[in-house]
Design a binder for this molecule. Structure first.
Ligand code: NAP
Length: 255
């Protein structure tokens, strides 16, 4: 296999929510593949640390601070990317939140917050990214979906709804942007041990459930997600459009 197929040299890639968790793991993999990584989150100190870490390894990295649910901040950030780089090759819509409550106790404002961050922001950031990508006739958008959406668990109705929407968004963008050489795909992670899941990781009963339910019998390590991200951004996936890759240890296959 020609490793240059997977090279991201000369690419500029924005990864939302890359200060920690799956986003940070994907940022390390994307930087390792040669891209200039635009890190993102809201914690300035952490982002500075992450940027320095990548730079010490010889990679190109910058960071952007904005709330993905704040339209003005999003537009201002894209204005800055246009000004600094004049282009964008890849966007990974990864920033996401969870909120757990039984349906009858779920507040409408919490439903809206989850939908705003997980779904609405992915739409807005994609629109802004495509406005930059259109000029170059190429680009790759990767939306982080979930095994929730095609499947469901109780108490996470907003999250599951948002992630099903992310798959719809992925398909809508794939068909609309394909003619312009811009691809859009998704990654559906299974259970990964990140901050979002701290409560579940510390719950021995839930951890036993994950092991029993997943053919690979364990939680995913966040660093196991980077390969799929690099693939979807790279030339190796030049004819892959509108797909969702499950990185879930086989969970979605098992009844
Ligand atoms: N972990 C899993 O098992 C799993 C499984 C399936 C899908 N996913 C999806 O994978 C993605 C990453 O999850 P994770 O587990 O890595 O989560 P995490 O550890 O909680 O990290 C979430 C990231 O998103 C950022 N973020 C959250 N809300 C934001 C906002 N309003 N504006 C800007 N940044 C925001 C956070 O940065 P700050 O808080 O510093 O702003 C952080 O960098 C999410 O979309 C999640 O739904 C995760």
């Amino acid at each position: 296999m020609n490793s240059s197929l997977f090279s991201l040299e000369n690419q500029i890639v924005l990864i939302t929510g890359s200060s920690r968790g799956l986003g940070w793991s994907m940022a390390k993999a994307v930087a390792e593949a040669g891209a200039s990584v635009l890190l993102h989150g809201r914690d300035e100190n952490l982002l500075k640390e992450r940027q320095q870490h990548l730079q010490e390894l010889g990679h190109n990295a910058e960071h952007y601070i904005f709330d993905v649910a704040n339209d003005e901040e999003v537009l201002a950030a894209f204005g800055k990317i246009r000004e600094q780089h004049g282009k964008l090759d890849g966007l990974i819509n990864n920033a996401g939140i969870q909120h757990r409550r039984p349906l009858t106790e779920f507040e409408l404002e919490d439903f809206d917050r989850v939908l705003d961050v997980n779904l609405r922001a992915s739409w807005l950031l994609s629109r802004e990214a495509v406005r930059l990508m259109q000029g170059q006739g190429s680009g790759s958008i990767v939306n982080i979906a979930s095994i929730m959406g095609p499947q469901a668990r109780k108490t996470i109705s907003a999250y599951t709804t948002s992630k099903a929407g992310v798959v719809g968004l992925t398909k809508a963008l794939a068909v609309e942007l394909g003619p312009q050489g811009i691809r859009c795909n998704g990654i559906a992670p299974g259970f990964f041990a990140t901050e979002m899941n701290t409560a579940l990781v510390n719950d021995s009963e839930f951890t036993a459930f994950v092991s029993g339910r997943t053919p690979m019998q364990r939680w995913g390590d966040p660093d196991e997600l980077g390969g799929a991200a690099v693939f979807l951004l790279s030339k190796a996936a030049s004819y892959v459009n509108g797909n969702v890759i499950f990185v879930d240890g086989g969970l979605a296959c098992q009844v």
